[in-house]
Design a protein. Structure first.
Lengths: 305, 478, 212
């Protein structure tokens, strides 16, 4: 058990930047470019960590502690997730902890952005808060539906299902689609926010971390990739639950699942244009309605209505 | 009957093809012959009722005969009238649909209405009523201007949606028959009605009442009616008001019969009373400040549909069916006369019309008599039926409803006379020198004579036919 | 069966959520196709000549002819993307959520005994579709959108009809379909006329008539 858990943590720490590379690679192939190497993000992070940080005079200690704290919080959330094998940290209601750990990380990022006392970053913070609030409802409905399906409040149970097969049920597929969209929103991916633009008036996430440099920026990039990895793993596990087999098999399967989701993400990012800022709430509400529908179908299936 | 409908549809297609101007005289002949054919069929219906059936899809009962006869008479009159009305109106209008479309749609309209009243199959009933909407929408758009376009669009959309809801209602009714072995023909539905699921039947009836009620012009679903009636050419208004509304009414009657047979009479008739009184109320309010006399007549149709629904609701079936007859004949007469007024004065606004009696004495007389009839004065037929409804209502213990009924009738009486009298009497403001041909005077005249005749002396045959029809609605209570 | 029903509801969502008329028409076409398949499935037996015939006719009318008619009628009308902020799309979507919830919650008030071949998801899906059709009709003012709303409503009614698919004679169903087809045909002609007369297909310009 210890060994499995260590394996989980190892995957969680090592793998995430790789999948960011996969997404970028897919995008560049479709755009007809060679693109950066798949392991580019590792280089970036190491390079940044070796540098020195520059801090604005208007910032306080909050600004300095946030990167590391939020990275740790995201790691904690990731440990709750059954990655390659069921996680040993599991209790009734860890679902809610899982969601709120991310909310906490978001809260810290927002505070740090406000701490810079720059109106530009404040704007980003306000957007992040708005869209975060809107997507949180959807996340909770997705989780609620899963809770109803497996009749348990624990992530382990939820994402293992006790079975090792592809779950083909209309409501589960709906959940998958809605959560995929939420994954894109939460991680500032393409149709919502463009991770590659800087200094543009419509960006959301990037603008908040504009004042970070050196090791802090590296940590933030690393944390973001972990968050993306956790969300992608979660998305994949909605329709293809985590297996209970040996850990090496679990790792392999997980790798394939997340790889598939990354490729999907890359494709979506290549083929969709960024939607207008003003239409984002509409998309979020649409995904909310979608999950609501899934919830209703599930309740209906379970004869709870 | 099947043959007649087939022939009408064929004639309609034939007419549709005759686009050229030189076919005009022939088109008129086709329309008139369609009407005459229909007359012959209706007369034949009185004698050979059993032979006309084709399963339940086309089959008649006593109610059908009354409605078919009404359609037949009124359509003939309208057809004769429109042969000379349209060319005269045409002088003053720039754009309009071709005669071929007019005749074709008229014949389609006649065919679908005939099908609607002569079927005992609820599925076919729905199809026929929806088809009447489709056939009549191009007729409303005959004038091809902004106003008629608006009226036709509203008519088409509102009625289609209403009828879609009625289809939902029919599905519910059919679902309620599950397990009883009833098929979709009226006879079998009524025979097995006792075992139906009452919840579903109720739901179905509400939806059908709303759906067909939209088409029939019951308030608050009547919005399309004044627009369509005021913008359509007058002969079409006459057809819409006097026959189309009846078809929708028949749709409601059919399901009312089923509800009564299923023991839901109380529920269904309460709904009818509520809708009926509300229609009366709305009509009274809107008539009181109405300046456009065609709209006024349209609201009067809303009023009379309300009266009929109220009559059905309180159990005065005989009086209601009689009122259907009276209203149809009178309203056709009135709209045709309104067409004459429009020809003479070229305005639809009542204040601009005065001295009608001096301008054209027959038109003036017809209009006055028609209005008095539609207001329910003796010696016209609507008086008898309205009085019978009142009598039945009071003896049946619907005192409150009857008080409201009289109140609304009173308001309508005052407002209509206030609008109509200055139109008919008074000096001519503008000199109109136009001679109306006999084909414009005779059809409404004949209708008036029928209304007066039936008002003074109701022949035994007619009375017994209406009575039989009323019995087939077969009230169990009250 | 469940898949088809979910598909029908989803296409309804797409129609309400999308802002392009062409997307909407395509969604309606897909919905029509799903409906014809649903009809086939609901009959239970696979090799049934009536079922196959009806499937063919429904598919032909709902998926091919009607969308083509609408496409034809908007041909030449430049405004493919509609901007009609009468009701904001946020509130529309939230209303949609509300409608869906209500449709599912009220399931027990509809005592429709559902047959063995019919999924119990049918009634709420149909109800959602009917109500959304009405919602589109009330909130959208463009003539094309009103037709689409009408079609959605009609499709919802049809979905309800699957509960009684065995009772309804084929000839009647074909008649119903033909009626709708002719209805859409006439509406299409009217859209053309409205566009010609008003230079726009917004029915807000249809407001000349009224009581003085």
């Amino acid at each position: 058990m210890e060994y499995n858990f260590l394996c989980n943590i190892f995957i969680l720490i090592v793998m995430p930047p790789f999948f960011v590379g996969v997404i970028n690679r897919v995008k560049s192939i479709i755009a007809g470019r060679t693109g950066p190497p798949i392991l580019q993000l590792y280089h970036d992070i190491f390079k940044l960590i070796k540098k020195n940080a520059v801090y604005s005079r208007s910032t306080s200690c909050i600004f300095r502690i946030v990167p590391l704290t939020s990275l740790l919080i995201v790691l904690c959330a990731g440990m709750l997730l059954p990655i390659a094998s069921p996680s040993p940290i599991s209790f009734q209601g860890d679902v809610i902890l899982f969601v709120y750990l991310f909310a906490l990380a978001r809260f810290l990022t927002i505070t740090a952005a406000l701490d810079t006392a720059s109106s530009f970053e404040g704007m980003g913070a306000s957007r992040e808060a708005t869209y975060g609030a809107l997507s949180e409802i959807t996340i909770f409905i997705v989780l609620m539906t899963l809770v109803i399906i497996v009749k348990s409040l624990s992530l382990n149970k939820m994402l293992t299902h006790g079975q090792n097969v592809f779950v083909a049920d209309p409501s589960v597929i709906l959940l998958f689609l809605a959560f995929f969209f939420i994954m894109l929103t939460e991680n500032s991916r393409m149709p919502i926010d463009d991770p590659h633009t800087h200094l543009e008036l419509t960006m959301i996430h990037e603008v908040m971390i504009l004042d970070y440099s050196g090791p802090d920026l590296g940590i933030i990039l690393y944390g973001a990739s972990i968050k993306l990895f956790v969300f992608m793993a979660f998305t994949a596990m909605i329709i293809f639950p985590c297996s209970e087999g040996p850990v090496w098999a679990g790792t392999g399967i997980l790798f394939l699942k997340v790889l598939a989701v990354s490729i999907m993400t890359g494709l979506v990012e290549s083929f969709t244009a960024r939607i207008k800022l003003i239409r984002i709430p509409q998309m979020l509400i649409a995904s909310f309605v979608l999950t609501l529908f899934a919830l209703l179908i599930t309740l209906f299936d379970q004869r709870m209505l | 009957m099947v043959v007649i409908i087939m022939i009408l549809v064929l004639l309609a297609f034939l007419a549709l093809g005759m686009k050229d101007e030189r076919w005009r005289p022939l088109l008129k002949k086709i329309m008139i012959s369609g009407a005459l054919l229909h007359n012959a069929a209706t007369i034949a219906l009185f004698f050979f009722r059993q032979q006309v059936a084709w399963k339940d899809y086309v089959s008649v009962d006593d109610i059908s005969i009354i409605f078919t006869a009404l359609i037949s008479i009124i359509f003939t009159m309208v057809a004769i009238y429109s042969t000379s009305y349209l060319p005269l109106r045409r002088l003053s209008e720039v754009n309009e649909s071709g005669m071929n479309i007019y005749v074709a749609c008229m014949l389609f309209f006649l065919a679908t209405m005939t099908l609607a009243v002569s079927t005992l199959h609820i599925g076919v009933l729905w199809i026929a009523i929806e088809s009447t909407t489709l056939a009549s929408a191009p007729l409303i758009y005959y004038r091809q201007n902004k106003r008629s376009l608006e009226a036709a669009w509203k008519y088409l959309l509102i009625c289609s949606v209403g009828i879609a809801l009625a289809l939902l209602g029919i599905f519910f009714v059919v679902a309620s028959t599950r397990g009883t072995g009833a098929n979709l023909s009226l006879g079998s539905l009524i025979a097995n009605a006792r075992q139906f699921n009452p919840g579903l039947l109720r739901l179905g009836f509400i939806l059908i009442l709303i759906g067909f009620g939209t088409k029939m012009g019951l308030a608050p679903m009547h919005n399309w009616l004044p627009d369509a009636h005021s913008e359509a050419p007058s002969p079409i208004s006459a057809l819409l008001s006097a026959t189309l509304l009846n078809c929708a009414l028949l749709g409601i009657i059919r399901f009312f019969q089923i509800c009564v047979a299923a023991g839901l009479a109380k529920f269904a008739s309460d709904l009818l009373i509520i809708f009926g009184l509300f229609s009366l109320f709305v009509a009274a309010v809107f008539i009181s400040f109405q300046k456009n006399y065609k709209r006024l007549l349209a609201y009067s149709s809303v009023e009379h549909m309300g009266i009929i629904a109220l009559g059905m609701g309180i159990g005065a079936d005989f009086a209601s069916l009689l009122h259907v007859v009276g209203h149809s004949l009178t309203k056709a007469l009135l709209f045709l006369t309104a067409g004459n007024i429009l020809l003479l004065y070229k305005t639809k606004l009542a204040p601009d019309v005065s001295g009608l009696l001096r301008t054209s004495r027959p038109t003036g007389v017809l209009f006055t008599a028609g209005c008095l009839a539609v207001l329910g004065l003796p010696p016209f037929l609507p008086f008898i039926s309205e009085f019978l409804i009142l009598q039945k209502g009071i003896s049946g213990g619907y005192t409150m409803a009857m008080v409201l009924y009289l109140l609304f009738l009173g308001i309508i009486f005052v407002s209509v006379t206030k609008t109509i009298l200055p139109m008919v009497r008074g000096k001519q403001k503008i000199s109109v020198n136009m001679k109306l041909p006999a084909t414009l005077i005779l059809p409404p005249m004949i209708l008036l004579l029928i209304v007066v005749f039936l008002g003074i002396y109701l022949p035994h045959n007619v009375a017994s036919l209406v009575d039989l029809a009323a019995r087939s609605i077969s009230r169990i209570f009250g | 069966m469940n898949w088809i029903l979910v598909g029908i509801v989803l296409t309804t969502f797409v129609v309400l959520g999308s802002s392009r008329i062409t997307t909407r028409i395509k969604a309606v076409a897909i919905q029509g196709g799903l409906l014809s398949v649903l009809q086939f499935v609901a009959r239970g037996s696979l090799f049934d000549i009536h079922g196959a015939l009806l499937f063919g006719i429904t598919f032909f009318i709902k998926t091919i002819i009607i969308p083509l008619l609408i496409f034809r009628s908007i041909r030449g009308i430049s405004m493919r993307v509609d901007k009609e902020p009468k009701v904001s799309s946020h509130s529309l979507l939230l209303t949609l959520g509300l409608i869906t919830t209500i449709s599912f919650l009220n399931i027990n008030t509809f005592p429709l005994a559902v047959g063995a071949t019919i999924s119990s998801l049918l009634i709420p899906s149909a109800l959602t579709t009917v109500l959304t059709g009405l919602l589109i009709l009330v909130t959208k003012t463009k003539a094309t959108n009103q037709i689409i709303g009408f079609l959605i409503l009609e499709n919802g009614v049809f979905t309800f009809g699957m509960t009684i698919v065995s009772e309804f004679p084929t000839i009647v169903e074909v008649g119903v379909l033909l009626d709708i087809l002719v209805g859409v045909f006439i509406m299409g002609i009217m859209i053309y006329q409205i566009n010609r007369t008003f230079d726009d297909i917004d029915t807000k310009s249809l407001s000349l008539l009224g009581d003085a």
